[in-house]
Ligand binder design. Structure first.
Ligand SMILES: Cc1cc2nc3c(=O)[nH]c(=O)nc-3n(C[C@H](O)[C@H](O)[C@H](O)COP(=O)(O)OP(=O)(O)OC[C@H]3O[C@@H](n4cnc5c(N)ncnc54)[C@H](O)[C@@H]3O)c2cc1C
Ligand code: SF4
Length: 505
């Protein structure tokens, strides 16, 4: 059963075993695990069900139907950081790049130490990673799907003597169409839309699409369901009230929307941490223009990552995007932008990701809107300057003619000499142009109610029957692409819920 807005003209009350709000990396996985274990599961998803054969490379059509607020969402701070989230069945996994990394061991060791429990340690997480990786088909790319821009990045890393890793991606027979960010049109990328969710539906789960959950249904101090509204896909008006009653409620709306929903009930009091510990792996882009065609649009994005500086919190990778997206992010306008975009075939789009050394907050703003705040700290600013200089130097070493830099006041370098002025000109983080697709940490998981929002089983300390299973669980930033970590934690939460159910039976 997959319902949409028009169906709610007649049907608005539902009852189920477990209601899961959100169908992204966390929600789809926890719901599928439970459905396959015999639970009655109903997903509630604000976005629409968009079929694989309708994905296309046209950004103006695709972004409004796949991205929250058409991608126009910003973290407030100095500098402001644009961020994006999926709002579609499959969540952000439908629009993500398909990089599939396990949580680094050093991060898991830290989580184990902090939580005082082996549950988040490398040994306990290993079987969870294995299970997730098998379900989303994590594998290396075939050589024919790798483009020239990736080869150039790998050669660049070798020339500089830097360590790099060849990416694992959740894909089956990826042809390197490089449309991951607008939905994979071949179904190769194993987003939850084509991996987990079909399994859940085959096991009897249902999904109410185009419903935005606005509050929890709480009775006698226990979560017994959710209440939301059907959202008209044409007008985006939320009108028809929908109620879902359930034995257990799982919130998996992502690290911005989950705390927003829970804050409506003033939860998170024991620790005061709900909506805090907001982490975002800020990214800066570095675009190199070569004197010859590279045709970066041919071949998969990010086949390799440069890991030489990973221990220092810096990751570098190629990240090619369609022309419409790139055009919007270049620092030029009019004739200058036009001239630059004519060289699209000669570009290598790459970036620097910095592992957060601090965190921000998500709070409820006017009209219930999410207000995300985050401030780049001096350590992370220094990491950005270092990473940008190193990456630009590598491109010049590889023969780039010029490099477009992510600074408002210094948008390009014509030669390596121009990079020498970066430290002088970039004393304040306010000149940085950043961006992020990785949002984490706002409902911190842990074993101490005074230092976490949910326990190691995902349940809110102060609201029995209400669980969280998404990126907001992360105790700290992880420094690599997060979807596999989220899926592994969601698998663990499903297992804990089943163990608890069996024990109570
Ligand atoms: C462009 C992009 C590229 C990325 N690339 C990678 C990558 O290569 N590798 C990687 O590991 N990670 C990548 N990520 C990150 C990864 O996809 C996310 O971290 C992950 O999907 C987050 O999982 P989640 O369950 O927390 O939230 P999401 O996957 O975002 O799912 C949340 C779902 O909840 C729904 N929802 C929200 N609020 C409500 C509500 N009130 N009522 C009903 N439904 C609601 C949303 O519509 C959404 O479908 C990328 C992300 C983006 C956006
Ligand atoms: S590169 Fe193309 S085929 Fe491969 S996963 Fe991305 S969109 Fe799909």
């Amino acid at each position: 059963m997959i319902l949409e807005y028009d169906d709610y003209a007649t049907e608005r009350e539902f009852s189920t075993g477990v209601v899961v709000v959100g169908t992204g990396a966390g929600g789809a996985v926890v719901g599928t695990e439970l459905a396959e274990a015999g639970e009655q599961v109903l997903f509630v998803e604000e976005g629409s069900y968009v079929r694989t054969d309708s994905f296309n490379p046209y950004a103006t059509a695709s972004i409004p139907r796949l991205y929250r607020e058409a991608g126009a969402t910003v973290i407030l701070g100095n500098p402001p950081i644009p961020y994006v989230e999926g709002r579609v069945v499959g969540g952000s996994t439908v629009i993500n790049g398909g990089m599939a990394y396990r949580t680094p061991e050093r991060v898991l060791a830290h989580w184990r130490e902090e939580s005082g429990s082996d549950e988040l340690g490398p040994r306990a997480m290993e079987p969870l990673f294995e299970r997730v990786e098998a379900r989303v088909s994590v594998a290396r790319q075939t050589p024919s799907s790798i483009g020239e821009d990736n080869r150039l990045m790998t050669e660049g890393a070798k020339k500089m003597g830097w360590a790099y890793t060849v990416n694992q991606r959740n894909q089956q027979a990826c042809v390197g169409a490089n449309n991951c960010g607008l939905g994979c049109p071949t179904g190769a990328k194993q987003s939850t839309l084509v991996s987990y969710l079909p399994r859940a539906f085959a096991a009897g789960a249902g999904c109410l699409t185009q419903v935005r959950v606005e509050r929890l249904w709480i009775e006698r101090g226990r979560a017994v369901g959710v209440i939301g509204r059907g959202v008209c896909p044409l007008t985006r008006r939320a009108d028809r009230e929908i109620r879902v009653r359930a034995r257990a409620v799982i919130i998996a709306c992502g690290a911005v929307q989950s705390p927003l929903l829970l804050q409506r009930h003033k939860l998170g009091r024991p620790s005061g941490l709900l909506g805090k510990n907001f982490l975002c792996h800020p990214n800066a882009k570095v675009v190199a223009i070569y004197p010859h065609d590279v045709n970066g649009w041919k071949g998969v994005s990010q086949n390799t990552q440069i890991r030489e500086f990973h221990e220092d919190g810096i990751l570098m990778a190629e990240n090619f995007v369609p022309p419409s997206v790139l055009g919007a992010y270049l620092p030029f306008h009019g004739q200058r932008a036009w001239e630059l975009m004519q060289r699209y075939n000669q570009m290598v789009v790459s970036g620097v990701l910095v592992e957060d050394s601090s965190s921000g907050t998500v709070t409820r703003g006017p009209f219930g809107m999410a207000l995300a705040r985050y401030q780049i700290q001096p350590l992370d600013h220094r990491r950005f300057l270092r990473g940008i200089k190193l990456l630009a130097t590598m491109h010049f070493e590889m023969g780039a003619e010029k490099v477009i830099l992510p600074f408002f006041n210094q948008p390009e370098a014509q030669s390596p000499d121009d990079l020498r002025t970066i430290d002088e000109l970039q004393r304040s983080p306010s000149t940085l142009e950043l961006f992020t697709p990785h949002l984490m940490g706002t409902c911190r998981m842990g074993s101490d109610p005074k230092r976490s929002v949910v326990g190691l089983d995902g349940q809110l300390w102060e609201l029995p029957g209400c669980y969280v299973a998404d990126a907001s669980l992360f105790p700290t930033a992880i420094g690599v692409n997060p979807q596999i970590t989220i899926m592994a934690l969601a698998t663990r939460i499903a297992q804990r819920m089943q163990e608890r159910r069996r024990a109570a039976a």
